[in-house]
Design a protein around this ligand. Structure first.
Ligand code: ATP
Length: 264
């Protein structure tokens, strides 16, 4: 479903701020894989997701989604393959619009039928049913403005919107990091459910090692722009945080450092 072949990216080349962010990243995901991505500060986790989404072109290497070579496609053209959810709950939704308008925009993405057509009863019923699966009581608030909702409620709606068109790949970049622990756990539970219900292939960056172990069927660890650990199946199920720290130190020769991880 996803194949990343030796991608490299250097920011600000030839300047005093030159930074090799991706130094030969390789990764293959099968359809239905849910991989969690961990690593220290500046390891290249977000940069990898941005490379897949085509935020800027990579310097070398290839990216395939569902067998299509998307390496040279613009961010706009790649959007049809992808669902994305970011850390900031403010980014995924239109604050001044209602819940149902936000969902209609997501559902009609790529179609000529804009919002001016209004939302039909049939569509409203579908949105209500989808919202009910979140178990947050939002199915009774279809006409509420999204700006009035809590961060967790907004992230849950953003997840629904990101998956409504069944993307080939769902990219979650620390999407629970700005939430309190209880809400973060609820949004992670919803993420698991949406990924399972829609049979999505997903990548989730997290600074929380426990979450990285508990969620998904695969785990990768990045360091200095490379994938240094790639763990799947039974081996992943048996992992502990201590194992991960130990493995990190063994492969990198350094102590694991992620400011956010230390705080969680
Ligand atoms: N647009 C950019 N311009 C310049 N440098 C960048 C840019 N994006 C990322 N970098 C640099 O590339 C490196 C990798 O950044 P990235 O955001 O991928 O790290 P990360 O693994 O997500 O780390 P963290 O856990 O600290 O968020 C860092 O040194 C970062 O400063």
């Amino acid at each position: 479903m996803l194949k990343i072949d030796n991608i490299k990216k250097t920011f600000n080349p030839g300047t005093i701020n030159e930074k090799v962010a991706l130094n030969g990243v390789n990764l293959s995901l099968e359809e239905g894989d849910f991989v969690t991505v961990i690593g220290g500060n500046g390891a290249g986790k977000s940069t990898t997701l941005n490379a897949i989404a085509g935020v800027w072109p990579v310097d070398s290497g290839k990216i395939y989604i569902g067998g299509d070579d998307v390496t040279r496609l613009s961010e706009y053209k790649r959007a049809k393959y992808l669902g994305r959810v970011f850390q900031d709950p403010m980014t995924g939704t239109a604050t001044t619009m209602s819940i149902e308008e936000n969902m209609a925009i997501a559902a009609r993405r790529g179609q000529s039928r804009g919002l001016s057509w209004g939302i039909t009863k049939k569509e409203r019923d579908v949105y209500r049913e989808m919202l009910a699966t979140l178990d947050l009581g939002l199915e009774d608030r279809l006409s509420s403005k999204v700006g009035l909702l809590s961060g967790g409620q907004r992230q849950a709606i953003t997840l629904l919107m990101a998956s409504i068109q069944k993307p080939r790949l769902l990219l979650l970049d620390e999407h629970t990091a700005a939430l309190d622990p209880k809400t973060a756990a609820k949004v992670l539970e919803i993420s698991d459910k949406i990924i399972a219900d829609h049979h999505l292939t997903a990548m989730m960056v997290t600074h929380n090692m426990k979450d990285a172990i508990v969620h998904g069927n695969r785990l990768i660890m990045m360091h200095e722009g490379r994938v240094i650990l790639n763990i799947a199946g039974e081996e992943k199920k048996k992992l502990t945080v201590e194992d991960l720290l130990h493995q990190f130190e063994k492969v990198s020769g350094e102590e694991f450092a992620n400011d956010k991880a230390l705080l969680s």
